[in-house]
Design a binder for this molecule. Structure first.
Ligand SMILES: Nc1ncnc2c1ncn2[C@@H]1O[C@H](COP(=O)(O)OP(=O)(O)O)[C@@H](O)[C@H]1O
Ligand SMILES: [Mg+2]
Length: 408
């Protein structure tokens, strides 16, 4: 396969791409809406929405994007600043003139040309005017509502001239005011030819008390949500071939699919390692970093439990795990539930769980300073369970199993 020619081709993703194509068709023909694309890091959110953006542009839409920035140092409304600047660059002069006229002077604040109030602070106002907030420096700046209204009016003015698509990437690291503005814009423009597309890592927002969870849920309620999962084996084979420039043998594809769970970023990293003559079973550094980051975001008790599960194996039983860490099964269940929401672990039924893919287990196992301690705990736990009549067979729970039977 000629690698360069294929670079922009999406591999797999037939269903998500079809959904997005339908959204674009409705945008061009009638009106837009709000789409959220979710999934873990590296699963292909940016790639999918970039492909949709290209398609919309081909069909004549004005397409712009902005990305949220995780540094804590980005100014408020940063993704929207990028969006409005890109609209100013991308629109025809008369289109932009109409947008500016509709928006009024407040748009300058988003463009970074006057000071922007923090969303929360601005909503409290200064007690003098419902529309202005006085900064500590004494400047009067438009309040959040005015800003939301200005941006939305500009978007509507543009959308009345041609369909508009706005993509905001990585909403899980947005500033709160930007999310409120997205909700406001989505609410106010439902019947306009404006399609708003956002992406975020559901795996990072949902299992923990994420500061943005309450701001994302009203968006989710209004949106068409597309949740991406791993590529299938055929997709893994195609991505490996494209990345490495050579066809991988089928047994290697099966192995890489199992280890990566079809996460395209992990597949690419593994394929690069393979191409460079490295072992296809080693963990590429980029993968380890990505997984360690995800593990570090877990609530501490979950992060402390999972290494013990890694010692038990690719699949493990909740009761054996509970016995290994000497904790009540009900407590272990609660922690496992969070690991499932974080998509690091999956439920197999009958009290059995499995790591979402082997690389999660391998990364956890490798991070153990001394796995021997845990191996010893497993042996002791297993002996204790057998003595109690617990007979664990793969995918099944027997013996004294059940919720009441707490082995500790
Ligand atoms: N459908 C796909 N086809 C081919 N490559 C993909 C696909 N999805 C993702 N990739 C590749 O995987 C990597 C990670 O994808 P990305 O879109 O950045 O993930 P995310 O935004 O979810 O973190 C990128 O290098 C991209 O080229
Ligand atoms: Mg991305």
């Amino acid at each position: 396969m000629p690698i360069d020619a294929a670079t922009h081709e999406l591999i797999g993703r037939d269903h998500p791409a079809t959904l997005l194509r339908a959204e674009i068709a409705r945008l061009i023909g009638s009106h837009g809406g709000l789409v959220l694309v979710t999934g873990e890091a590296g699963i292909g959110k940016t790639t999918l929405v970039t492909s949709a953006a290209r398609e919309a542009r081909r069909q004549g839409a004005l397409v712009v994007g902005g990305a949220c920035w995780d540094s804590g140092s980005a100014p408020g409304y940063w993704p929207w600043t990028q969006v409005i600047r890109a609209l100013r660059r991308g629109a025809e002069p008369e289109e932009w003139a109409a947008a500016e006229e509709a928006a009024g002077a407040s748009l300058a604040a988003i463009l970074g040309e006057t000071q922007v109030p923090d969303g929360d602070q601005a909503q409290q106002g200064n007690g003098q005017s419902p529309f202005l907030t006085v900064t500590p420096g004494g400047d009067e700046v438009p309040d959040a509502f005015r800003l939301y209204d200005a941006v939305t009016s500009a978007l509507v003015a543009l959308a009345q001239r041609r369909p508009v698509v706005i993509v905001i990437d990585d909403l899980h690291v947005a500033d709160p005011a930007s999310l409120r503005l997205l909700e406001f814009a989505a609410q106010q423009t439902w019947f306009e030819r404006l399609l708003l597309i956002g992406t975020y890592r559901d795996t990072e927002v949902e299992p923990v008390d994420h500061p943005l969870r309450d701001l994302l849920s009203p968006l989710v309620a209004k949106a068409t949500t597309i949740t991406l999962t791993g590529l299938d084996e055929a997709g893994v084979a195609a991505l490996m071939a494209r990345t490495a420039g050579q066809e991988p043998p089928p047994d290697l594809v099966t192995e890489v699919h199992r280890r990566t769970g079809g996460n395209p970023f992990f597949v690419e990293q593994t394929a690069r390692l393979w191409r460079s003559g490295g072992s296809a079973t080693a963990i590429a550094p980029g993968i380890r970093d990505a997984l360690l980051r995800r593990l570090s975001l877990l609530p501490r008790p979950v992060a402390e439990l999972l290494p013990a599960a890694a010692v038990l194996g690719r699949e493990f039983h909740r009761q054996v795990l509970a016995a290994t860490v000497a904790a009540p099964v009900a407590h272990v269940d609660r922690l496992l539930e969070l690991a499932v929401v974080a998509k690091l672990v999956v439920t197999k039924g009958g009290g059995e769980f499995a790591f979402a893919h082997d690389l999660v287990r391998e990364t956890l196992y490798d991070s153990l300073a001394d796995p021997r301690d845990l191996h010893a705990a497993v042996v002791i736990a297993a002996d204790g369970l057998v003595a109690q009549g617990f007979d664990q067979r793969p995918g099944d729970a027997r013996g004294n199993g059940g919720d009441q039977a707490d082995p500790v």
